[in-house]
Design a protein around this ligand. Structure first.
Ligand code: THU
Length: 130
């Protein structure tokens, strides 16, 4: 069932702009609207200005009207089971729930599925600002 997410993430990885790290990453989000949003990492010659595949996918989702993340697939060309970076964990938490599933993939499919709660325990969340 999440196989379509894996395939979309793998296709998105092909559109990465990663000439500096040479570490292409792809991500695909299934949102509450039932749609799938893809993203790849986009790097910039001023290195800190680049951003991750998950962030691109979140931007696509938000601009299309999706708000909740149900599941995500992440794939990196050079690494089996690439996990989202710390910043992306926080961004995913902004639009996900502790139960949101993160599928970690290699070139042939999903290798492992974890929850957002497992990736970002003790998350800083909106309770903090109340
Ligand atoms: N990267 C992602 O796109 N997602 C991650 O979860 C980990 C890292 C990208 C950022 C940078 O373009 C490259 O991988 C190397 O760090």
């Amino acid at each position: 069932m999440a196989d379509d997410l894996f395939k979309t993430a793998r296709e998105a990885m092909g559109r990465a702009h990663a000439p500096y790290s040479k570490f292409p990453v792809g991500a695909a989000i299934r949102a509450d609207d039932g749609k799938v949003y893809a993203g790849a990492n986009i790097e910039v010659i001023s290195f800190p200005e680049g951003w991750c595949a998950e962030t691109t996918a979140i931007g696509h989702m938000v601009m299309a009207g999706g708000r909740r993340i149900e599941e995500v697939a992440v794939i990196a060309e050079k690494m089996a089971r690439c996990t989202p970076c710390g910043g992306c964990r926080q961004r995913l938490a902004e639009f996900g729930t502790p139960d949101t599933r993160i599928h970690l993939c290699d070139a042939s499919g999903i290798v492992e599925t974890v929850t957002l709660a497992e990736l970002l325990p003790l998350a800083f969340d909106s309770e903090a600002l109340k």
